[in-house]
Ligand binder design. Structure first.
Ligand code: ZN
Length: 217
């Protein structure tokens, strides 16, 4: 139910300019929104989010990023906005930040590492290290409250690295993420959320759907 594509049709991809134009061409907000909608990654309806809140919209970046060409293009675009920060390593929280973090790092020509939860605490594992000479940028797919981005920034700080900024494809925090570092997103989207008890869509009798499943009410 995520996608409106017909089986057999190729996944929608962003039409990117030829290599020689890459430094001159910026993605527009409409192009980004169109890509999300065509990928089935931005849905209108009545959804119960993982947080328990209800919303009239749902976003799933993974559906856009499932096409490596889209991931590469978005990573390159984000990297262009962030290149002035002189980062030497990209740090992402697993799982959501992995693919876009890797693509941003590819475009910047730096390392891509990730933090993952161990006993509920975000941690560097797998031999990943940071030192005081590292200039870290934290990359996410979506910033909603900013909580996971802040936790990831804390990981870098605890490791003694320099933190130079953060970036995401989508910012749906409404400007309230308060990360305390320079932050760039390609796309600002406000999707209203409601407590179930006061949800106007529930009040209107519209069935609520958990994204990725059948209707639950
Ligand atoms: Zn509702």
């Amino acid at each position: 139910m995520y996608t409106t594509r017909t089986p057999g049709n190729p996944a929608p991809t962003l039409q990117m300019p030829a290599a020689r134009d890459r430094n001159d061409r910026r993605m527009t907000r409409d192009e980004l929104l169109d890509l999300y909608r065509r990928s089935g990654a931005l849905l209108d309806g009545h959804f119960r989010l993982t947080s328990g809140l209800h919303s009239s919209g749902y976003m799933q970046c993974a559906l856009v990023l499932q096409d490596p060409a889209n991931a590469e293009a978005l990573g390159r675009e984000l990297a262009r906005h962030l290149s002035g920060l002189q980062a030497t390593v990209v740090l992402s929280p697993a799982l959501g930040g992995l693919i876009i973090g890797h693509e941003v790092a590819r475009a910047l020509g730096v390392r891509a590492i990730f933090a993952e939860r161990q006993d509920g605490v975000l941690t560097l594992r797998r031999g990943f290290t940071l030192s005081s000479s590292d200039r870290v940028i934290v990359i996410e797919d979506v910033v909603t409250t900013g909580k996971s981005t802040r936790e990831t920034l804390d990981v870098a700080q605890a490791a003694g690295a320099q933190i130079v900024g953060a970036g995401s494809i989508v910012d749906r925090s409404g400007g309230n993420s308060q990360l305390g570092v320079p932050y760039t997103a390609l796309l600002q989207i406000d999707l209203p959320t409601y407590q179930p008890e006061t949800c106007p869509l529930c009040a209107a009798g519209q069935p609520v759907v958990k994204p990725g499943s059948r209707p639950i009410a």
